[in-house]
Design a protein around this ligand. Structure first.
Ligand code: GLA
Length: 693
């Protein structure tokens, strides 16, 4: 009884507070379904006679959107200046006949042979000076002015032609930005970028501390263009330059498309989760929405890790996003391309929606007749008939159609945030010191218990306003500036609960060491500091407020300098240096707390640390007491509250609801109309529920 009433109160409170955090849907087309299922379709690979049967099968699977064109440059412009869009007009019109709308890709990830042959400077040069060849893709130089001119031209011609086409809902620029160029144009632009940033070479020498190893430069042209084995200041600036160059690469095409495109057509690009080749927040500053390609990151689907990447992508624009590609059971690029288990493709689609996706598109619709990806998972084979996973996708499509109207206008909201900072991730990666210290794994070590216990996490940039969050965790904010430190202190003063992980606040914005020990400009505020850090290849015992356990990979010896800074965890006997020294310390300041975690803690300790932090901050789970392995996602907005429950376990699970909810996809055999008070979910089962007002 007590359980029921507490849950009901929490639930009602959360339901009511949604209006104060309304976050709009990323895309809204009155003439399109609110939740879209889609696939990547390559009409240029097939005779036109195949298009209609293909599209009819898509329609039967409830596919609402196709992405086309992103590798079709040689078909759109078979020779210089000869634009051929008639085939694409016909493909789009035929798709529309089947109630399928279109996202158009600009084809710049795959320049045609005539272009790179006539203008070899448009080909990318790798770090060792080798120029790419035609025959693969992504062979272009992102900085070459000639390439930019061609990219702009094709984008503009496409926009003039399709910018007012009512069946085109948006644009994808290029495809999975990844490889920078190290050729002449990139070198010259890097030097100009540095000159703009530092003004004089003397200033650069001072900020980079180039007296070290006689690195002092006489002029900007002497500075090498490298992404390894260089001064950490150079490496960090190179990554920032690469980020700015991808941003201007995007703007080059956006400024060609936007004047000719209806405002309702969004412009995005498809990103790759934790990929750190550039700063996603920089590039997203010029995009309308975020979109990503969800391929599971290990051999087997780990729903927490996958959910973290959805949350990361949602944080690029702080609003709902698109899954522009996902795997129809398997890919072709792992050492062994094991399939997702039966049921997991649907499970993943609903997880995406639970975390804020408005669209889930499979890569790809049909096996290509030839090419590098003949073994990749698809929905129909090269013969055009369905493969086994087609039925699971069709079921998902049916459910999207049923639940879409209720889900429209809703998005996830969270009281806790995890900070993803590219400068810090790069800085750690350049000098890991402990090979196992992978900054993404460390993020996930903090994310997992936060997600399980709070059931909603925002992954944000350090520049996102923090005031709406009760808890902000910074797993390794290695690089810090005084303005950022000031914002963090203000957050705590105003009642926020800040948790810093190991290696925090060690470097300044030039990737040099802070003049104070960690956490640098926060040390006085914390009332403690890091006396020394140690890389570990053994476990170190520790005990205290979170129980007993071990630290591995990294441990910092902390000290306390303020009478009100508490030691929460202490190391046991290990390497002598750490014996009996503080490992986790915390201080109440103003209305909030700052906690410094000096070690990579084992998962059990991370669980109890998280529990304590959430308790202190007053963060409650959305739905308490759900069985382990059942994921709870909530989307709210427009006075609606939708729960998506996914059973990632291999056996059935029973979930008691705080109050009856409408079963939107009929997962309990109710046909979507009646309210249910509890849910039985089979393995990989999904329930989509709407709170009753
Ligand atoms: C990437 C690309 C696609 C395709 C898939 C295969 O995400 O964007 O073109 O190659 O991988 O998994």
């Amino acid at each position: 009884m007590r359980f029921r009433s507490t849950v009901a109160t929490v639930f009602t409170a959360l339901f009511l507070c949604t209006a104060c955090h309304l976050r709009a849907q990323a895309t809204q087309y009155p003439d399109q379904p609110p939740l879209l299922l889609g696939a990547a379709w390559y009409p240029e690979q097939w005779p036109e006679s195949q298009w209609d049967p293909d599209l009819a099968r898509m329609e039967a699977a409830h596919i609402d959107v196709v992405r086309v064109g992103e590798f079709a440059w040689s078909t759109m412009e078979p020779s210089e200046g000869d634009y051929q869009f008639g085939w694409l007009d016909r493909a789009i019109a035929l798709a529309a006949k089947h109630h399928i709308c279109v996202v158009l890709g600009t084809p710049t990830a795959a320049p045609p042979a005539w272009l790179t042959t006539k203008y070899p400077e448009t080909l990318r040069v790798d770090e060792d000076g080798r120029r790419a060849e035609h025959g693969n893709r992504q062979q272009f130089s992102f900085s070459d002015p000639k390439y930019r001119q061609f990219a702009r031209e094709i984008a503009e011609q496409m926009a003039i032609h399709f910018g007012h086409n009512p069946d085109v809902v948006g644009w994808q620029l290029d495809n999975e930005y990844a490889e920078p160029d190290f050729g002449l144009s990139a070198q010259q632009q890097f030097h100009a970028w540095l000159q703009k940033k530092y003004g004089t070479i003397a200033n650069l020498n001072q900020k980079w501390a180039t007296a070290y190893w006689s690195q002092t430069y006489d002029n900007f042209e002497e500075i090498p263009v490298r992404q390894d084995h260089e001064n950490p200041a150079l490496l960090l600036d190179w990554k920032r330059f690469v980020s700015d160059t991808w941003k201007s690469y995007s703007s080059n095409q956006i400024s060609a498309i936007r004047p000719h495109a209806d405002p309702r057509q969004f412009i995005t690009t498809n990103t790759m989760g934790w990929f750190d080749g550039f700063d996603e927040y920089t590039v997203h500053s010029v995009l309308d929405i975020a979109a990503w390609d969800d391929y599971i990151s290990a051999d087997h689907y780990n729903y927490i890790d996958n959910g973290a990447r959805h949350d990361l992508t949602r944080g690029f624009k702080m609003k709902n996003f698109w899954v522009m590609e996902t795997e129809p059971a398997f890919v072709n690029w792992r050492p062994t391309n094991t399939p997702l288990l039966k049921g997991q493709v649907r499970d993943m689609a609903w997880q995406a929606v639970g975390h804020g996706a408005e669209t889930v598109e499979y890569w790809q619709w049909r096996s290509a007749p030839n090419g590098q990806e003949e073994y990749h998972g698809v929905l129909v084979g090269a013969d055009g008939t369905p493969v086994p996973v087609y039925d699971e996708v069709r079921q998902t499509g049916e459910e999207f159609a049923k639940a879409g109207p209720a889900i429209a206008g809703t998005s996830p909201h969270s009281e806790v945030a995890l900070v993803n900072d590219y400068d810090s991730r790069w800085a750690i990666d350049f000098q890991r010191h402990s090979a196992a210290f992978d900054p993404v794994l460390e993020m996930l070590a903090f994310y997992r218990p936060l997600r399980i216990q709070s059931q909603a996490v925002d992954v944000i940039s350090i520049h996102t306003p923090l005031d709406k969050y009760k808890v902000v965790e910074l797993p390794a904010l290695n690089v810090i500036s005084q303005p950022i430190a000031d914002r963090l202190m203000e957050y705590v003063h105003n009642g926020g609960h800040l948790v810093l992980g190991p290696r925090s606040a060690m470097k300044n914005e030039f990737n040099g060491l802070e003049p104070e020990r960690q956490p640098g400009p926060l040390a006085d505020f914390l009332g403690g500091r890091v006396d020394q850090f140690y890389a570990l290849d053994y476990d170190v015992p520790l005990s205290g407020d979170f129980g007993s356990g071990t630290a591995s990979i990294w441990a910092e010896q902390l000290s306390v300098h303020s009478p009100d800074t508490k030691v929460l965890m202490t190391y046991g006997k290990s390497n002598g240096w750490l014996d009996d020294q503080p490992a986790v310390i915390s201080r109440h300041v103003g209305k909030g707390t700052i906690t410094y975690v000096g070690a990579w803690l084992d998962p059990k300790l991370m669980d109890s640390l998280t529990k304590q932090v959430l308790q202190e901050a007053g963060v409650e789970p959305i739905l308490p007491s759900v069985p382990a392995g059942v994921e709870v996602c909530r989307r709210t907005g427009h006075d609606k509250s939708i729960l998506i429950l996914i059973n990632h376990n291999t056996d059935e699970q029973h979930i008691q609801l705080p109050s009856p909810m409408r079963d939107l996809i009929g997962s309990q055999g109710s046909g979507g109309s009646t309210a249910v008070g509890s849910i039985d979910l089979p393995a990989y089962g999904v329930a989509v529920l709407e709170a009753q007002p």
